[in-house]
Write a protein that binds this ligand. Structure first.
Ligand code: SF4
Ligand code: SF4
Length: 321
């Protein structure tokens, strides 16, 4: 379908300004004149139906009459509904999970979006918060655990399982060192990590130096070892063995305490590990004795389970409203 913008008249032709050139003046309104207000039911239906069309961009144009006569709460509700029925995001792991199962996507990776706001030097307004990321990981883990870890690969979770089964991680975030990458830029320049493509961590150029030599460079080894410099909080943390302080890029930002710094996502990791470590260990034991898979649910059952969780979530939101 050709994408279109919705032109919405929530208060019909009603207006408190009464301009003499208004096109409603000489036009009989099908709905009459005076106070007209869109109901909550119409608002929710139009937002849901429109968002379900899944256009690349959703355009809502509020028109009248005078749409602001609806009051600010009406528009707050509209934004809430747009978030609710819009693309799945960090607040909707159940929707995301269901989408992946339905579309048979079985190798997944979730990278938390966090960037610096150049104006403030702090986290950009769109960045995920540590609490959001922790909640997301916990809810996603619950779904994965119930569905069957052997049926769906989630990179971050697989790394923890590998740690419990084989004693080492498969992703660098939780590894002891930052040793897993060499980045090659379009010029042939080589760097230690995609998050540190900067002069300090330039290893050289593959047109001038063999890749093998660049990968074994002392600068590369120094970069890898930097991850082992942990703050006291990490050194004393009960999760140190599986977390290793997280990714270096998340330690480098927004923390001016000096010395070694804890990760921006420390709170997320603690919440996640506190909630899931016993179950990771249980799955790992199941992998070792070959029993993983016996307790897991079918796709239909998991769908029902997700619907139940979503109903619960909606109830929670309503109760808060
Ligand atoms: S959970 Fe926090 S304190 Fe513990 S190792 Fe990870 S980043 Fe450090
Ligand atoms: S900085 Fe982060 S992404 Fe880069 S190698 Fe280290 S842990 Fe991996």
């Amino acid at each position: 379908m050709q994408p279109f913008t919705l032109l919405i008249k929530p208060s019909g032709s009603d207006c408190n300004i009464d301009c003499k050139y208004c096109f409603y003046k000489d036009r009989p309104s099908e709905f009459g004149h005076g106070k007209q207000r869109m109901s909550a039911e119409v608002l929710e239906t139009l937002v849901k139906d429109y968002m379900d069309l899944d256009f690349p961009v959703a355009g809502f144009a509020w028109q009248g009459g005078e749409p602001t006569l609806m009051g600010v709460d009406f528009f707050r509700r509209a934004v809430e509904l747009q978030k609710k029925y819009g693309s799945a995001n960090v607040e909707q792991p159940e929707t995301l999970f269901e989408f992946c199962i339905e579309n048979e996507l079985t190798y997944l990776q979730f990278i938390p979006c966090v960037e610096t706001d150049p104006a403030t030097g702090g986290p950009a307004e769109f960045s995920i918060t540590p609490r959001q990321y922790g909640d997301f990981l916990c809810r996603l883990f619950d779904l994965w655990y119930d569905y069957g870890p052997e049926k769906l690969n989630i990179r971050e979770f697989d790394s923890l399982l590998t740690h419990y089964v084989l004693g080492k991680h498969t992703i660098c975030t939780y590894s002891k060192q930052c040793a897993g990458f060499v980045v090659i830029e379009h010029t042939g320049d080589a760097f230690c990590c995609e998050f540190f493509v900067e002069p300090k961590w330039r290893l050289g150029n593959i047109l001038e130096t063999p890749l093998e030599k660049l990968a074994g460079d002392s600068k590369k080894r120094a970069f890898a070892r930097d991850k082992e410099k942990l703050c006291n909080k990490c050194l004393l943390c009960r999760h140190l063995d599986i977390c290793r302080g997280g990714c270096m890029k998340d330690r480098a930002r927004w923390n001016e305490q000096g010395g070694e710094r804890e990760s921006y996502f420390c709170e997320s990791y603690r919440q996640f590990f506190d909630n899931t470590v016993p179950r990771f260990m249980q799955i790992a034991a199941g992998i070792e004795n070959g029993s993983v898979g016996r307790h897991t649910r079918s796709a239909d059952k998991i769908r029902l389970h997700i619907e139940k969780l979503q109903r619960k979530q909606r109830f929670k939101i309503k109760s808060l409203a």
